[in-house]
Design a protein around this ligand. Structure first.
Ligand code: KG4
Ligand code: ZN
Length: 339
């Protein structure tokens, strides 16, 4: 089976071709491309929705052709087109979905709507097998922070989530306070490498509460006060603060994830989404895996942030599981993951 996948939910235009053997839940990426719009949005300090849509429109058709050409396939060879139908920016999603639906009609290929976060959640399967069900996934991106109990393909129970900002958003907003460009996560991570995480005492919100929810807006406010108090900041001070922010976010994410595994008797933890690319977080998780019974699964770095291979993989899993989708589906910018 050959699947073409398209992802345009935010500021990355991506296309991938994924091939699997019939009745096999695994397969291989035959070709994939990602065009980031970061440089276009950076001067605005965040993603500008109208610009994102226009950039997707300019990049997508040639990218799909390039992916097919590179792998020496034609439209007629495709068995399905998988496309991100939500959640995300309405205009950006519409570009990918309209393109996919038009191609589906023109070439008589079924078009499968995929939930962007389901793509993230299953992404570790791209580089190995998925863990046995049930498992816990920590989904951490720019717009979402949640703990999901995965009972099977398409059976997602949200057992904890952020009450305000997402972890990626906290990285991005804190970076802005430090005068660093968008997106803030990778910038903070880079500076943190030369910083002392103990110098600034930042809060670990909701850490000792008996539930699995997160809250990051208080941490962002604490960073704002720390920046104000520090006044003119030299490079070392900024590095120390970056290390403090990264350490606080990582500790909360990991401690809550452990709690989720314990509460749900599921010692298998997946971490996915853009923030899963954070090296400090990944190292702390490796330590966790060595020191506890919990087995940790994470996607390769390039499949943590937005990509189309994860959308193809999620479509394949849904096909294998015999899951269907409504005939009259449309984009859904606020599509909920829980069913
Ligand atoms: O999953 P993603 O690519 O897009 C969304 O679906 O939102 O996640 C983007 C988020 C941004 O907030 C970005 O700052 C964060 O992931 N991020 C990171 C790192 N790389 C990306 N955060 C911390 N450390 C990183 N290395
Ligand atoms: Zn994403």
């Amino acid at each position: 089976m050959l699947i073409l996948a398209i992802e345009t939910s935010c500021d990355e235009t991506a296309a991938a071709l994924f091939r699997s053997e019939p009745s096999s839940g695994s397969g291989e990426i035959v070709a994939e491309k990602i065009a980031s719009q970061i440089e276009t949005h950076a001067p605005f300090g965040g993603v500008v929705p109208e610009i994102a849509s226009r950039e997707h429109l300019a990049a997508l058709p040639a990218m799909v052709d390039a992916v097919l050409d590179e792998a020496d396939f034609r439209w007629d060879d495709l068995d399905a087109i998988a496309v991100t139908a939500g959640p995300g920016l309405m205009g950006a999603l519409l570009v990918g979905v309209s393109f996919a639906k038009a191609a589906g009609i023109a070439y008589g290929i079924p078009v499968i709507p995929i939930h962007h976060m389901e793509g993230h959640l299953l992404a570790p399967g791209l580089s190995g097998a998925l863990p046995e069900f049930p498992f816990i996934t920590l989904l951490v991106s720019g717009g979402h922070t949640m703990l999901v109990r995965v009972n099977g393909i398409g059976c997602y129970e949200v057992v904890g989530q952020t009450l305000d900002d997402a972890a990626g958003e906290c990285f991005d907003k804190s970076a802005r306070l430090l005068g660093l460009p968008y997106p803030g996560g990778p910038e903070i991570s880079r500076m943190a490498m030369d910083g002392d995480p103990r110098r600034f005492k930042l809060p670990r919100p909701l850490l000792n509460r008996d539930n699995l929810n997160f809250s990051f807006s208080g941490l962002k406010t604490a960073v704002m006060y720390a920046v104000r108090e520090a006044g003119e900041m030299d490079k070392q001070t900024r590095c120390d603060m970056a290390a403090g922010i990264e350490g606080a976010i990582a500790e909360v994410l990991i401690r809550k994830s452990i709690k989720a595994c314990e509460m749900h008797h599921a010692p298998r933890l997946v971490i996915a989404g853009g923030v899963a690319a954070n090296l400090c977080l990944r190292e702390m998780l490796m330590d966790l895996a060595l020191q506890s019974e919990i087995r940790v699964y994470m996607p390769e770095l390039k499949h943590c942030t937005d990509n189309a291979a994860m959308i193809a993989y999620a479509a394949l899993q849904r096909i294998q599981a015999g899951l269907s989708y409504p005939d009259d589906w449309d984009v859904n910018p606020r599509w909920s993951l829980a069913v």
